[in-house]
Design a protein around this ligand. Structure first.
Ligand SMILES: NC(=O)c1ccc[n+]([C@@H]2O[C@H](COP(=O)([O-])OP(=O)(O)OC[C@H]3O[C@@H](n4cnc5c(N)ncnc54)[C@H](O)[C@@H]3O)[C@@H](O)[C@H]2O)c1
Length: 277
């Protein structure tokens, strides 16, 4: 199985499928926020392909429902595949997490795994950062992780544990012009992850983050469409290519699986080595 590269892909992305299998995940249920497109949509589909039922939440309820239908249609002939449902869920709303938990329990009768994936990526010169940009970015990227994590943890406590993965970024450990809002929000996600892991560990709740570099999604379309920006970006990537969502999925699948059962509070970079440059 090979995931098709989106139109206009510069051909520098490896879209090959990943063969990893974690049989213990079959029959479990995941919530993925921001699953209406990009990595979140791919995570939902690839987990379902491997037998994990999923609830996807995104801002636009109709778009999310359409994506869920497409995923189910794509997997209709795949033996052992899970099923997904899509619901409207704005992660800046403290109540959204409870809706996602309730949906998982109603549709699948259990909830084991949670991915705080929703994110926004603003850019502005430091002196041009507006209160609205700050509020939106921290609201989605930081508060959204707190609220989602709270809903997940409250449920996981009642069932003896669970695994949470937060989407941080290589931006968490980097400083770049025009990125103060985004990078500081992702630094917060990275540290929140560790704080959550320390506090929730005694309840057998593992919390880790993933730190992607440049990944080929709508969020980074501007790089793909600007040859000079792409060349500049690639000078900071030792592997000299941008990553595919599937390559981030590899780390996610590992962190959610029992193979990672003694790993918590850490961040796995999936960045072609760019955090070192
Ligand atoms: N693409 C990259 O290069 C890259 C690199 C590092 C980290 N990340 C992080 O990975 C995650 C996924 O990124 P992506 O590239 O797939 O992004 P994307 O922009 O393609 O998708 C993000 C999704 O989040 C949703 N969303 C935004 N605000 C929301 C809200 N308030 N409530 C619910 N959903 C909301 C959007 O509707 C969208 O479907 C983000 O947290 C992002 O910051 C991306």
């Amino acid at each position: 199985m090979t995931t098709q590269a989106p139109d206009g892909n510069p051909g520098r992305v490896n879209y090959d499928a990943l063969p990893a299998i974690n049989p213990e995940l079959v029959g479990r249920t995941v919530v993925v926020t921001g699953a209406g497109r990009g990595m979140g949509a791919l995570f939902l589909e690839e987990l379902a392909r491997r037998g994990v039922n999923g609830v996807g939440g995104d801002l636009d309820q109709e778009e999310m429902a359409t994506v869920a239908e497409k995923i189910n249609a794509n997997l209709a002939g795949t033996s052992g595949a899970g099923r997904v449902v899509g619901v409207g869920a704005d992660v800046t709303d403290p109540a959204a997490g409870d809706t996602l938990v309730a949906t998982a329990l109603r549709e699948f009768g259990r909830l084991d795994l949670w991915v705080n994936n929703a994110g926004v990526f603003p850019q502005a010169e430091f002196t041009d950062i507006t209160p609205q940009q700050l509020a939106l970015t921290y609201g989605v990227n930081v508060n959204g992780v707190v609220y989602g994590g709270q809903a997940a943890a409250r449920h996981f406590r009642t069932v003896g544990g669970g695994a949470i993965v937060n989407m941080a970024s290589v931006a968490a450990v980097r400083a770049r012009p025009t990125r103060a809002t985004y990078n500081s929000s992702k630094a917060a996600v990275r540290h929140l992850t560790t704080c959550m892991a320390v506090e929730l560990g005694p309840d057998n709740i593992r919390v880790n983050s993933i730190a992607p570099g440049y990944i080929d999604t709508e969020m980074t379309r501007w790089i793909r469409e600007d040859r000079a920006a792409m060349d500049r970006a690639l000078t900071t990537v030792p592997l000299r290519r941008i990553g595919a969502p599937m390559e981030v999925f590899g780390a996610l699948y590992f962190l959610l699986s029992d193979s990672a059962r003694y790993i918590t509070g850490t961040s796995i970079p999936v960045d072609g080595g760019s955090q070192h440059v």
